[in-house]
Design a protein around this ligand. Sequence first.
Ligand SMILES: *Cc1c(COP(=O)(O)O)cnc(C)c1O
Length: 479
Amino acid sequence: MQYISTRGGIAPVGFIQAVLMGLADDGGLLVPEHLPQLSAATLEQWRTLSYQELTLELLTLFAGDELPRADLRDIVQRSYATFRHPDVTPVHRLQDDLYVLELFHGPTFAFKDVALQLLGNMYAYISQQTGSIIHILGATSGDTGASAIAGVSGKPGVRICILYPHGRVSEVQQLQMTTIADENVLNLAIEGTFDDAQRIIKEIFGDAAFKQRYHLRAINSINILRILAQITYYFYAYFRVSEQQPGRSISFSVPTGNFGDIFAGYLAKQMGLPIHRLIVATNENDILVRFVQDGVYRPEAFRSTHSPSMDIQVASNFERYLYYLYGENAAKVKELMAEFRANGLISVPQADLERVRADFAARSVENATCLTTISQVYAGSGYLLDPHTACGVAAADAEALGDITIALATAHPAKFNEAIALSGLEQSFPDEIQALFGKPQRQQVVPATSEAVEQHLVEFFGAASGVLPAPEDVLETLT
Ligand SMILES: *Cc1c(COP(=O)(O)O)cnc(C)c1O
């Protein structure tokens, strides 16, 4: 499979190169050159596969011509051996027509582990096959950093540095990052805000000589492998629930920020999985809901909510959706993104909006509703939702499609105890999280300037990059 840019400005690249590239060089996002189409017969065959086998089949479609199947299988096995549940992502029936898909059984108790465990093992594999070094630099406001560190800690050939605002990530999130003792992990707590951390990352990636010298890679949600890895659980959950509910139509409700998770569901639908609707569930940062309602995509003021991992102004994967909405038309996407840069908005006509609504419904969930959903569901069933999942459940209720709805549970409530306490509930933490509180922490507090951060990076990345090449320089050695 070859990968191209949503803006059409790069020569097609192979799967491994797409994984390494992150953002396309023309500023667009990478997408597969064509989407595999699955027949009803294939879906029937896949129904009985384990989570790992299903991931292997899907990855074979997207990458199989570049990696031997045995290697892919090994990467997949190792990635999901770290999950605490044998089904990896089990479904749980919450009410008659409502299921939750638990995506939080990975090392950091949030759904990002599903993709970042796989990406971490893929990076280590690429490094090993090419005898090269992979240096990851990222900024986080919480979940992504912890999950990315868990994905690569201790892996040879890969080093990771994560920046986050000092004292401004949740206690559990900080502990998940700073209690990792491996030498290939560097935590830098910035004396500033998340915006400062992001600005520093932009400045460093903008310093072409520095980026080149240390072979820096990003880990944000635009990496194509993160999307591909998330397709599996839509299939897996669909198979489990349709067994129990034969003949019913099935929709998914997805707590949404950067549109990565729900976009994976959209790809599953485009590939032939008979999903009825995908419900975009946002918090008060509702740019995507307004788009589905009015056809206008326009950022508004940023709001802090009880579901901080969905606090966004623009959704970085939305561009990928536009590409498919307009029939894989890169020229059109390029035009729309130029319009967005020039005017600060994208507006689609009514006829196109009808097509959006054929696939998506959308609801934004207010802070107060998020908390009452947590307490009501707990009172009704004893099941404790995290605040992100609560947005998905509240949106599914409000939408009342008459389908069976599967709401994605994107985090374990222990990660967001602040919101649970505000809902008037008390919880006990899982042992793995409780154990973090006694462990020594490793982090360095640095001033919020790119110079200060670069100094640390030179020391951390410097030694290895003098010796080893970047994987792109040696890709032909891969079988
Ligand atoms: C990242 C995250 C989301 C949002 O996912 P997107 O792919 O950015 O839409 C939702 N819930 C939790 C807990 C997250 O960490």
